[in-house]
Design a binder for this molecule. Structure first.
Ligand SMILES: [Zn+2]
Length: 148
């Protein structure tokens, strides 16, 4: 079952739709109400108030990136993060947490090194990487381990 479908929640009627991966790029419609199923193609900023909801409302993998704007290390991986968010849209949701703006989330996840990556599914942690990989491209296979 690897890599062949994604579970998307319809924002209009709340129905859960299983969409074959090859149809994700073809503007898939909800099987129940025919509304366009939209899903994120880019990393979104996360806030403490909606963080749990962001994790639990998405049925595929969530990659959370904690970053500190004083650290330059995030800049080196940011293009890779953007590329993963675009190329795995429908299978992966990417959330960014600015640790200065969201100190409670930073503390909750014991943030120490910028950037820190945590992969979740169904609100459970699947894996964690503290600090940037030596080569930015190493992030891609690391994330792919956690995709369905
Ligand atoms: Zn619907």
């Amino acid at each position: 079952m690897a890599n062949n479908s994604a579970l998307l929640r319809c924002r209009s009627c709340n129905a859960l739709n299983r969409v074959p991966a090859k149809r994700l790029s073809q503007n898939p419609l909800c099987g129940n109400c025919k509304a366009l199923l939209d899903f994120p193609f880019q990393a979104m900023n996360a806030a403490a108030a909606s963080f749990d909801q962001e994790l639990s409302s998405w049925f595929e993998t969530v990659l959370v990136v904690f970053w500190d704007k004083q650290s330059m290390l995030y800049k080196s991986v940011e293009p890779v993060v953007a590329d993963i968010a675009f190329s795995r849209a429908g299978k992966l949701k990417v959330l960014k947490v600015d640790v200065d703006a969201e100190p409670a989330l930073a503390q909750l996840f014991s943030f120490q090194a910028s950037p820190t990556f945590i992969a979740f599914r169904n609100s459970k942690q699947l894996g964690r990487m503290d600090g940037a990989p030596r080569e930015s491209a190493e992030l891609v296979p690391w994330v792919e381990k956690f995709l369905t």
